[in-house]
Write a protein that binds this ligand. Structure first.
Ligand code: IPE
Ligand code: IPE
Ligand code: MG
Length: 258
């Protein structure tokens, strides 16, 4: 039976270029081990892939890129590896920020940053303020981030707003929660990439990725270059996103909006 109800899609039907790409940068340790080197060597090499993906995003017109650099769970790794990751974060911030700024990239860090060394927290604030007015690419680095953490802190903000009388509990809807997550001003991820061969979310953007297209590749993160990223973008461009509708409905809608 045909229905005349207006169709509301959560995201644009099939933009050829994703507005937001989220990436789990996985496989550094294995990449290094394959070369007989310590895992941390892979993390250092991984910075090159970050540069490649950022620059390709600018070239291809991706407006927002979110990179998973360190999860809430990664603190449980050997202490020496965690230390190197923190140092690498510091040096990358020092070394890359000027270049990001020249490319009109706005950098933001999402995650529970109070757990980081104070020097690192300062450097993050400096980098964020230096690039705050840039608009070509929103680059978000997820550090000490977890999807459950994000939802929990949003829930806490909801309760605080209710207690302060700013919010009626009956008015709590999906949007009210979304607005209290880490990046309420940016579009939801259209494309969710994981390198390194595993097919799991590992507590990344759980709420925001509800309708993201998933793309898994066996390529380890240090081998993920601009061409590999381009392949993922091309794959995305060929997909039909249906958001619960039928393929025919989507074709009609796409034809109307083209
Ligand atoms: C991803 O690579 C980087 C971080 C989690 C910090 P891994 O370090 O997880 O590399 P593999 O998965 O062990 O190869
Ligand atoms: C996810 O990778 C986190 C980051 C890439 C920063 P992990 O390597 O930590 O994920 P699991 O442990 O394989 O699920
Ligand atoms: Mg891993």
């Amino acid at each position: 039976m045909e229905t005349a109800a207006p169709v509301v899609l959560p995201l644009a039907p099939s933009p050829r270029v994703p507005r937001h790409v989220a990436i789990i940068m996985d496989g550094n340790g294995r990449w290094a081990r394959q070369r007989g080197r310590p895992r941390t060597f892979g993390h250092r090499e991984g910075v090159r892939s970050v540069r490649a993906v950022v620059e390709e995003s600018v070239r291809r017109g991706v407006g927002t890129l979110t990179l998973f650099a360190f999860s809430s769970e990664n603190w449980q790794r050997p202490r020496a590896e965690v230390t190197v990751l923190m140092e690498l974060f510091m040096t990358a911030l020092r070394g890359e920020v000027r270049r990001l700024n020249d490319n009109d990239v706005r950098l933001r860090v999402i995650g529970e940053r109070s757990a980081f060394p104070e020097k690192l927290q300062h450097r993050i604030i400096e980098a964020e303020s230096l690039t705050a007015t840039n608009t070509t690419l929103n680059l978000q680095v997820a550090a000490n981030y977890g999807g459950r953490w994000d939802m929990t802190q949003a829930a806490r903000r909801l309760v605080a707003d209710v207690q302060a009388g700013r919010l009626d509990p009956d008015a709590i809807d999906e949007q009210a929660l979304t607005q209290r997550l880490s990046f309420p001003d940016l579009p939801e991820p259209d494309l969710f990439i994981r390198t390194g061969g595993e097919q799991r979310l590992s507590n990344f953007l759980l709420w925001q990725a509800a309708y993201a297209e998933l793309y898994f590749t066996d390529r380890l993160w240090p081998d993920f270059n601009d061409a590999a990223f381009g392949e993922a973008l091309d794959d995305f461009a060929r997909r039909q996103r249906r958001f619960g509708l039928t393929g025919e409905q989507i074709e009609t809608l796409t034809a109307v909006s083209a």
